[in-house]
Design a protein around this ligand. Structure first.
Ligand code: CP3
Length: 343
């Protein structure tokens, strides 16, 4: 209920004395209990597709820290896999996928009705979490935004500059747009099923939005987000959506209004003061402590956390990092950050 859950209250535009707090990648390798459960599962993907263990790692940071929100444990690359791409993770390097670069590759993707065969275990994880989470904790579902997911599908891996995706966009816009369209439709269905299973908020991760400039940003980051949000809100009236067009810079301005998002998540390349003046004027924002503070700690962590809380204190705010916490972070620094926010 929005009445009791602080995260839902912030998402409806309420300014709270103490902002709700959670962390991107809060279930992750910096936690010894995560590493133990992952070892039990075997590998990362086996963990994602095991509802009991995925629910367990989702709950671990809630038990340890009492965050105001839990984010479903899964990955944005499960949607490409559900669409028929091969997916595996190389330890220490990251994801690998079979590549999609031709019209035939796009045509060969599975029809929408078939994606749930692969994704059903994820909905089961959501159902378990909806049962087991404390009453005050909000459950966040998520998916990758079409552009970011497409960058991995086209390149077959993570890339520093999303070069292969930009190259396909230039060389064969029809195929590129057909792929984006397929991902957009799959994302709507996937998130809709997460909501049916009990997700109370959904977040769209557009991690590589920052490499889209000008018109391309509008067409491939903003428009797909707007379509997904409109479709979800039509099916699930009132469902709150957090959009994360990472490193969007000036494109953060007006993004919530243009897409219908209830909250814009900010990376740490923008200053909190700037974002309070230019983005929070339209509603709730989330962010944006640099994840490096979770490694380095000290007084700088406390000072920077308090500065961000103060900068956003005049409007609705969800405290978070500007990107995911890294495996080398010190779990004690997470507690220091929480104490600085709630203190
Ligand atoms: O935030 C959470 O705690 C929920 C779970 C979650 C994961 N990935 C688990 C994960 C979420 C929300 C994601 C999103 C995700 N996945 C994004 C968007 C957010 C971002 O970070 O920009 C992206 C780009 C991916 C794709 C992905 N998954 C990459 C590039 C990698 C490898 C890099 C790395 O950190 O190892 C992953 C692996 C991954 N996803 C891990 C976790 C906990 C580490 C896997 C492990 O345990 O070895």
């Amino acid at each position: 209920m929005a009445g009791t859950k602080t995260l839902l209250r912030a998402l409806t535009g309420e300014t709270l004395d103490v902002p709700p707090i959670w962390m991107m990648r809060q279930a992750g390798r910096y936690l010894p209990e995560y590493r133990a459960t992952r070892a039990k599962a075997g590998d990362f993907l086996s963990l994602c597709y095991n509802p009991e263990l995925a629910a367990e790692v989702t709950l671990q940071p809630i038990r340890r820290y009492g965050f105001d929100a839990a984010i479903l444990f899964a990955d944005i690359l499960l949607v490409p896999q559900a669409l028929g791409a091969d997916l595996w993770f190389v330890t220490g390097e990251g994801p690998r996928l079979s590549t999609i670069t031709t019209p035939e590759d796009v045509t060969a993707l599975k029809p929408l009705s078939d994606i749930h065969e692969t994704l059903n275990p994820i909905y089961e994880t959501v159902r378990i979490l909806a049962q087991e989470l404390p009453a005050e904790t909000t459950l966040i579902g998520f998916a990758g935004a079409p552009w970011t997911v497409a960058t991995y599908m086209i390149a077959g891996r993570g890339t520093p500059d999303q070069g292969p995706a930009h190259a396909l966009m230039q060389a064969d816009r029809v195929t590129f747009e057909a792929l984006l369209h397929r991902i957009t439709e799959a994302t709507i269905d996937y998130l809709s099923c997460q909501i049916d299973a009990g997700a109370e908020v959904v977040k769209l991760f557009d991690s590589w939005a920052g490499s889209l400039k000008g018109e391309d940003f509008t067409k491939y980051a903003l428009d797909p987000a707007r379509q997904i949000i409109a479709a979800l809100k039509a099916k699930h009236p009132g469902i709150p959506v957090i959009a994360f067009p990472r490193e969007a810079g000036d494109h953060y301005i007006g993004f919530a209004k243009a897409t219908g998002a209830d909250c814009v998540a900010l990376d740490n390349s923008v200053s909190a003061d700037w974002a309070a003046r230019n983005v929070q004027v339209d509603g709730c924002v989330q962010g944006n402590l640099a994840p490096g503070h979770m490694v380095t700690g000290g007084q700088a962590l406390v000072d920077e956390t308090k500065r961000i809380v103060a900068a956003f204190s005049k409007g609705p705010h969800i405290f978070n990092l500007g990107h995911g916490i890294t495996p080398d972070a010190d779990p004690d620094n997470v507690q220091r950050m929480i104490d600085a926010v709630r203190g």
